[in-house]
Design a protein. Sequence first.
Length: 187
Amino acid sequence: MPSPRRRWALLLALLAALLLGGCGADAAAPAPTVSAQPAQTLPTWVDLPSIGARSSLVPLGLNADRTVEVPPVDQPLQAGWYRYSPAPGDVGPAVILGHIDGNHQQGIFWRLHDVKPGDRVQVGRADGSTLTFEVTKVDQVAKSEFPTDAVYGDTADPQLRLITCGGAYDAAHHNYLDNVIVYAKLA
């Protein structure tokens, strides 16, 4: 039987599959119960040198209607750390979300699909330390086939997930049909 943390993560992942990058429709879920992260381990910035993407990180949680929060769409260059995931460097998959576009401009993760295995991702923490992750895989998947367990499931080591929207844009629903997901392990 999955741990309580994993059950919450799976529920939230289903919501995230619909909402990541501000690309989805509304959905609701109960608010998770998670212990607070030590302030010094909180992530403050992310840098993907291979695609020239660097952003401070804002904490993301759940909206009042219990939908997954995303960075402000009117600030598409802003990325955010999903605070109900582990902090980067802690055991488990830390999740960072960013827009592909917004407000009629390219977003922080506009080129996330160009990331390749072996590329490095750096995450800065509040204590001044920098963690380096190595990309192991990049996927583009239909939102209807979002790999919930692979993205949010428990891991034995510190990992990182970077997620944005991708694929074809459905103008009628103001929604991208896919998600781009980068998987990385602490180097």
